[in-house]
Structures are given as structure tokens and as C-alpha cells.
Design a protein around this ligand. Structure first.
Ligand SMILES: Nc1ncnc2c1ncn2[C@@H]1O[C@H](COP(=O)(O)OP(=O)(O)OP(=O)(O)O)[C@@H](O)[C@H]1O
Length: 759
């Protein structure tokens, strides 16, 4: 193997040499392109200047300037491509590849060696020294065991013989490890990667993608891909790799802007933000559900998933039942039926008023316009007609206001500065008479006065969706209509009303759809209601869906089998081409932590541990009086072992309490839902903010029956599943019922330090 390693190192050196040469030529080309862009830009500005003197506004139509504008755009695009190329080469320079496959095609005598890395690299644009991990042939590296193998290409399925598979770790141009393996992806490499400490950013898994993860990454045939994976099974990792794959596979027809990922919280968004750039790709759009809804409910405070979770224990049975109804698929169907059958006389319009209360268009006037439209006209076309009619009326109003006597008087009172500000770039000699100039100024003032009305019309606010929904509730769910109207009065809306209200608005006004999005990814989908899923499918009608979930980690909903979930999704979203993939091996935690978590679950769950060894979870038995003291000692020990330590609580209040108890003695950070990154050291956070994240060491305080009764199993399980290397549960008094079922050999019991000291 030593001589083999030497040979491989020589090849690495050779490839790095070629990459460096290429970096140099690309840098030169980039410099040239930059100079070209700046000279064209200079030229453009000069022409623009000359023209400003001559023809003012018509300048934009000047053909020469347009041509130069196009040239700038072309150069900018050229620069962008060169920069992207450069960043790919820079990534390859230190670690050009991680895999090698030797294949023997039929009829050939000698096998061919192909090397696989994060991007492809060819010598003289022909001889591939590195193959992109997303190339069709590279799938053999992830899927194949030695012998006959198949791989998919645009021309169909190809067959070849895999005679060798080799994995490398190359750091700073030097081969650190090298293994030959017969398995899909050998354990040794994975062991090494998983043994590392947690980091501020998630890493890509390109060198160690597992077979079933590869199925998720490379699926291009289905419109709905439902990934049900146990905690730590690599769902998030796999979809980020999938995004990189889709971008490559589409031959650049798909852009990162056409992909949206719904992430569980802002911390998660930050945590995953480096994965795609590390693969040489731009990040997709990321949004949390709260951000998405807030943008659509301007002026209202939208309840977040977390606020909903915090509020749940305070709700009555009746309120919980109402919420469940509103979040169901049936409720959305009722909205649909209501919108379809709605009688013109029952439509609710709103007065369009200025901030001082002056009504510009009354609801009655709007209703009259509506009444005159042909009955057969589609509802959404009617809204467009009303909008256009009102905008026309507003334009007329602006003109008459501009000519009014009152306006004349107002203009006379303007200071020189205000006057010039209104006239803007126009020059006095632009106008043929003073009257024309004054009218122009009057128009500007009137436009500013009515700007809010214009915006309101543009956004369809003349339709009172809240009153309409209220009407719907009165007919369908009378018990809840008062709460809804009270919320709106106080400028807030609960999460369970968001999807139905938006759906109603879109159905009646024909708006709200974003057809440019091609792929929608939803992480932690078990926390989304079916009503929300239906709305998202409606809002992104052209998007293929990839949904990731783990019903065992459901913080908000009961457990559900993947198959029954797929069936419900199928019925509600009506997507034909669906596939479900299950991931059952957990990679995040050590075998000891995973086995402990597994035994918490009824039927012991499907979770399988990956053979990475560590210490058993510790149950720290203490007393109420000693609990804090013992926590401090545990914390100190965990911190001394390096890495990230998280104290994860059930809710915000517990997190705050803990923070105040510890802040004097430790450098601790309390996180809330506005935080975007996890600082190093000790952090305290409620479980819903820890979703999707991981920590070297997790400590759970106050593990009592009172705090963790049976129905909090999903929450408790999710807390434990955030731990990579160490898990400590502090139990003052007796352990809760759910821990009693765990076989004692799966954990270590430790007793209070006080007690130890006494004995
Ligand atoms: N094939 C792999 N190679 C290396 N590391 C992996 C692989 N698959 C998963 N991991 C690691 O396992 C950990 C968990 O992965 P990830 O967060 O993607 O799982 P998840 O299923 O989304 O978890 P959860 O639902 O519990 O938040 C991460 O540290 C990830 O890097």
C-alpha cells in the first residue's frame, strides 16, 4: 500500500499543479474582463451625461446607450462565470478529489481509473483529471459494490464492471488517509468524519454519502419526494446535496433563486448556509414559515410556530379542538367551496382611506363597480377590473387635485428647497409655460398624498379579506369568529388562521401565486399543519416538493406512520408522482446515545445506530436542593472537554430561569427566536430553536415527571437527539416514568456530588 500511496500522491501533486496553472490563467482572464467592463461603463456614463443635456428623459431610448448597456450586462455575466470557475478551482486546489473508481467496460482490456471530487477538472479541456461527484458515472462510487454495476445516463442505463473503489482524505494537498473498500462507502471514513466536533456550520457530506441518501439526492423523476428519516439520519445533509445535484443536472437551466427551502428557525438557516458554497454552488432562498406569512400579512403580527407551541398548554380543550379543525385539509376544502359559491352581495369590500380618515373610495362605491361587471366573468378577473377602474379614478383625482385652487395656494407656500426637490431633475426650461410647471408640481404633491391609496389598490386592499373570513367563520365555525376579529383588531393573527385567510384571498383575487419556483423543500415538515401544506402547494404551483420529516420528533403533532402520512398528503395535495424514502440509520450521535433514544420510543422505533462508540448517557440523580450545584459541576466538566455545550429546555420560560441561575458563574448565552447564530461555549435554548442543530454535549435539567410527563415524549426524544458525543440528564428526586422503561445497561447512574462527598 505504501508504494500505492506514493503513486497516488504523485498523481495528486500533478493534478494540483495543473489546477494552479488554470487558476493563474483564469485570474488573468478575470482581470481582463474587469478592465473591459469598467471601460465600457465609463463610456456609458459619458454618453449618458451628454444626452442628459440634450433630451432628458428620452436618453434611455438612445440606441447607442442601449447597446452599451447590453455590453456591460454581457461583461458582467462573463465576469460572474469566471469568478465561479475560480472559486471552484480554489476549492479543488487543496483537496482535488476524495474517491477513485476503476471500471472495466465490455470489450476493453485495461480498466480505466476515474477520480471523483466536488467539481470536474479537465486538462486541456479534454482529459478529465477529476469528475464531478454529480456526473452520471460518479453514482457508481456511492451505489456500487465491486462487480457488475449499472448507472443512469441521459442515453439510458449503462453497464460496466467496478474493479476497484478507493477513498481518500486529502488535506492541503497531502493524502492523509486512503482506503480500498468493497462496500458502498466504507465505515472507516465515516467513522473519522463523525468523530469530529460540532461546528458553527454544517459540513457537506459529499465524500461519504450513503446509498439511501444517494437515492434522495439523485431523484429527478418524482413530483413529491417524502423523506421520513429518524433523528440525525442526514435528511438535511441529503437535501442540501440534492439541491447541488439538481442545479448541476439541469444544465444551468435551473437557478438557485428558483429553489426555496423552508427552514425551522433562523439559527438553522445560518447553520446550513456554508454547505452549498463549499460545493461551489450559490445558496437557495431560505425562509421560515413566520417570515413567509409575515410578508403576506403586512401590518399584522403573525404568530410564530414557537409562540403557538408556548401558548398550547394554556388553551382550553375547546380552543384546541377549534385549532385542530382550522389546521385540517377539510377546512381548506370548505374555504374553497365557500369562495366558489360566494354570492356577489356577500363580498366584503373595504373603504380606502387616507391616514387622516378621509375616505377616498368607499366600500359602497367599490361594490357598485363590482355589481356592474358581467356575472359570468371569473372572480379573479372581476378583481382585476375593479383594481384597474379604481386606479383610473385615482389618476383622475390626482389631476383634478393638482389643478385645484387649494393646491395653488399650497404651492405658493413652498420654500425654494421644497420646490426644487419636487421639480427634481427636470429643468425649468423643460416646461413651455409657468402654468405647466405649476401643474407638474401640483401633480407631484397629489401623487405623494395619495401614494398610500395607490399602494393599497395595487395590493388589492380594497377587498376586505378579514371581514370575508369572518363571514366564513360565522357560517362554518361560529365559536371561533370572535377570537379572530379580536386578534385582527389588535393587529395580530394566529398561525392556524394564516393559511385559510391567504387561501381565501388568493381564490377570490387570483393573486398570491409564485410560478417561477421550481423546487420547494420543507424541513421538519411534521411541524406543519395540512392546511399550511395545501396553501404552500397552491402558492408555488409549479414547484416539485421535497418534504423532510420525522414523526417521532413531532413537537406539535401526534406520531404518524410514513405511509399514512404519504396517503394524507396525496389526498390533500393531489400530486400523482410520489415517492417515499425512509432513512433509519442515525449518524449524529454515538451508538450509546442512539440506543438510549431508541429505547425511549414505543415499539422501540426504527432507528438504527451507527457503530461509533462513546460514553453512555448519564442519569444524574440528585435532590432539589443540590440540583443547581450539581448542574454547575456537570457543566464545568462538559465545558472542559471542549466543544459546544447546550442546555436544552422544554420552553422559553425554563430557558430564561436557567440563564438567570447560571449567568453569574458561567459565560452562558440565552438564545431566542431572533438570534441567527449559535456562539461558541455554553448555550441555553428551548427545544424548538435547537431543531436541526447539533451539539457535542447536551445537558437536560429538571428531568422530572412533572416537567416531562408521558405526552412530552416527542419533545424529550428530540432534545436527546441533539447530542453528538455526550448526554447528561439531571434528575432531581425521582426519574420520570418514561425513563423507567429504559434497560439500566443503557445508561450510567451518577449520584449527587454532595452525597458522594458525604459518603
Ligand atoms: N453520509 C454522511 N456522511 C457524513 N456525515 C453524515 C452523513 N449523513 C449524516 N451525517 C452527519 O450526521 C449529522 C446529522 O445529519 P442531519 O442534520 O443532516 O440529519 P437530520 O436527519 O436532518 O437530523 P434531524 O432531523 O435530527 O435534525 C450531521 O452532523 C451530518 O453531517
Amino acid at each position: 500500500m505504501d508504494s500505492e500511496k506514493k503513486k497516488e500522491q504523485q498523481r495528486v501533486d500533478y493534478v494540483i499543479g495543473r489546477i494552479k496553472e488554470k487558476i493563474e490563467t483564469t485570474e488573468n482572464e478575470l482581470e481582463k474582463a474587469r478592465k473591459e467592463t469598467s471601460s465600457v461603463e465609463k463610456n456609458y456614463v459619458q454618453n449618458a451625461k451628454i444626452n442628459t443635456f440634450e433630451v432628458d428623459d428620452r436618453m434611455e431610448t438612445n440606441a447607442e446607450v442601449q447597446q452599451q448597456k447590453q455590453l456591460v450586462a454581457k461583461n458582467v455575466e462573463n465576469e460572474r462565470i469566471l469568478k465561479q470557475e475560480l472559486s471552484k478551482l480554489t476549492l479543488l486546489k487543496d483537496s482535488p478529489y476524495f474517491g477513485r473508481i476503476d471500471i472495466l467496460d465490455q470489450g476493453e482490456e485495461e480498466p480505466e481509473s476515474l477520480y471523483i471530487g466536488t467539481a470536474s477538472f479537465a486538462e486541456n479541456n479534454r482529459n478529465f483529471l477529476v469528475y464531478d461527484w454529480r456526473a452520471p458515472i460518479s453514482s457508481i462510487f456511492y451505489n456500487g459494490t465491486l462487480g457488475n454495476v449499472q448507472y443512469e445516463t441521459p442515453m439510458g442505463i449503462q453497464t460496466t464492471e467496478l474493479v476497484k473503489k478507493r477513498q481518500f482524505t486529502i488535506v492541503d494537498g497531502k493524502i492523509r488517509h486512503m482506503f480500498d473498500t468493497n462496500e458502498t462507502i466504507g465505515d472507516e471514513m465515516l467513522q473519522a468524519v463523525l468523530g469530529e466536533h460540532s461546528d458553527e456550520y454544517m459540513k457537506n457530506i459529499v465524500a461519504t454519502i450513503q446509498k439511501e441518501q444517494n437515492d434522495i439526492i439523485r431523484d429527478t423523476k418524482h413530483d413529491l419526494l417524502l423523506v421520513q428519516g429518524v433523528a440525525g439520519s442526514g435528511k438535511t445533509s441529503a437535501i442540501l446535496q440534492r439541491i447541488a445535484f439538481l442545479l448541476y443536472h439541469s444544465n444551468r437551466k435551473l437557478s438557485a433563486d428558483q429553489i426555496v427551502l423552508f427552514s425551522p428557525n433562523l439559527l438553522f438557516s445560518h447553520y446550513i448556509s456554508e454547505v452549498l458554497p463549499s460545493l461551489g454552488e450559490r445558496n437557495m432562498r431560505q425562509v421560515t414559515l413566520a417570515e413567509f406569512f409575515s410578508r403576506r400579512f403586512q401590518g399584522l403580527n403573525v404568530e410564530t410556530i414557537f409562540a403557538r407551541y408556548e401558548k398550547s398548554p394554556l388553551l382550553t380543550q375547546k380552543q384546541l379542538a377549534v385549532r385542530q379543525i382550522k389546521e385540517s385539509a377539510e377546512f381548506m376544502q370548505k374555504i374553497f367551496a365557500y369562495a366558489k359559491k360566494l354570492d356577489a352581495k356577500d363580498l366584503k369590500f373595504a373603504d380606502m382611506t387616507l391616514p387622516d380618515g378621509q375616505v377616498i373610495f368607499s366600500a359602497k362605491e367599490i361594490k357598485e363597480i363590482f355589481a356592474k361587471l358581467p356575472t359570468a366573468m371569473k372572480q379573479k378577473d372581476k378583481f382585476l377590473e375593479i383594481k384597474n377602474a379604481l386606479i383610473k379614478r385615482l389618476n383622475r383625482l390626482i389631476k383634478t387635485t393638482a389643478r385645484s385652487r387649494k393646491m395653488r395656494a399650497a404651492i405658493d407656500l413652498l420654500s425654494d428647497e421644497e420646490y426644487n426637490d419636487l421639480i427634481g431633475k427636470k429643468r425649468r426650461n423643460h416646461f413651455q409655460s409657468l402654468d405647466q410647471e405649476v401643474f407638474y408640481i401640483g401633480e407631484k404633491i397629489a401623487e405623494r398624498k395619495f401614494a398610500q391609496i395607490y399602494d393599497g389598490l395595487y395590493n388589492g386592499f380594497f377587498f376586505d379579506v378579514y371581514a370575508q373570513y369572518q363571514d366564513f367563520l360565522t357560517r362554518t365555525l361560529p365559536d371561533s369568529s370572535h377570537e379572530f376579529s379580536e386578534n385582527v383588531e389588535f393587529h395580530r393573527i394566529s398561525l392556524s388562521d394564516c393559511a385559510p385567510v391567504l387561501y381565501l384571498r388568493d381564490l377570490l383575487t387570483g393573486g398570491g401565486k409564485n410560478r417561477s419556483i421550481e423546487h420547494l423543500f420543507i424541513d421538519e415538515m411534521q411541524d406543519y399543519s395540512m392546511a399550511t401544506m395545501i396553501y404552500l402547494k397552491h402558492a408555488f404551483p409549479n414547484a416539485k416538493l421535497t418534504l423532510l420529516g420525522d414523526s417521532e420528533q413531532a413537537l406539535f403533532n401526534p406520531l404518524e406512520e410514513p405511509k399514512s402520512l404519504l396517503q394524507r398528503l396525496n389526498e390533500s395535495l393531489q400530486i400523482k408522482n410520489c415517492r417515499i424514502i425512509e432513512l433509519n440509520t442515525s449518524y449524529r450521535s454515538t451508538k450509546q446515545i442512539t440506543d438510549f433514544m431508541k429505547s425511549l420510543l414505543p415499539n422501540k422505533g426504527k432507528i438504527r445506530s451507527f457503530a461509533r462508540s462513546g460514553a453512555k448517557p448519564t442519569l444524574f440523580m440528585t435532590s432539589r436542593e443540590n440540583a443547581l450545584k450539581d448542574l454547575k459541576t456537570t457543566l464545568k466538566n462538559a465545558f472542559d472537554q471542549n466543544g459546544t455545550v447546550a442546555l436544552i429546555t422544554k420552553n422559553e420560560r425554563d430557558a430564561e430561569e436557567l440563564f438567570f441561575k447560571l449567568k453569574e458563574d458561567f459565560d452562558v448565552t440565552l438564545l431566542d427566536d431572533q438570534d441567527v447564530s449559535v456562539p461558541s461555549g455554553i448555550t441555553i435554548l428551548p427545544i424548538y430553536l435547537a431543531k436541526g442543530l447539533e451539539f457535542d454535549s447536551v445537558i437536560v435539567c429538571d428531568v422530572t415527571e412533572e416537567k416531562f410527563p408521558e405526552d412530552t415524549l416527542g419533545i424529550f426524544y428530540t432534545i436527546c437527539s441533539r447530542a453528538m458525543h455526550s448526554l447528561t440528564l439531571i434528575c432531581p428526586e425521582q426519574m420520570p416514568e418514561m425513563l423507567r422503561q429504559i434497560p439500566p445497561e443503557l445508561y450510567t447512574v451518577s449520584f449527587s456530588f454532595e452525597k458522594n462527598a458525604e459518603s
